[in-house]
Design a protein. Structure first.
Length: 70
């Protein structure tokens, strides 16, 4: 993750090693040890975009993220 952070310094990347945020944000799979992949945009302390992966490869499109970051 450190390598990616250096390539996108204007975006803060975080890791949830204790899964506390995953539980709080509703992405922890019950009975699983890993969260369901999700993408969040947080601006001014509020979640302004949330997309949870529902199947493999179900990531947000660049246009969706670009609009959410404006």
């Amino acid at each position: 993750m450190a390598g990616l952070q250096t390539r996108v310094p204007h975006i803060t990347l975080v890791s949830d090693t204790t899964l506390a945020a995953s539980r709080a944000w509703g992405v922890l799979v019950p009975g699983g040890e890993n969260p369901s992949p999700g993408t969040f945009v947080v601006a001014e302390g509020k979640i302004t975009f949330r997309r949870l992966e529902t199947r493999a490869g179900d990531w947000p499109r660049y246009a969706e993220l670009s609009a959410a970051l404006r």
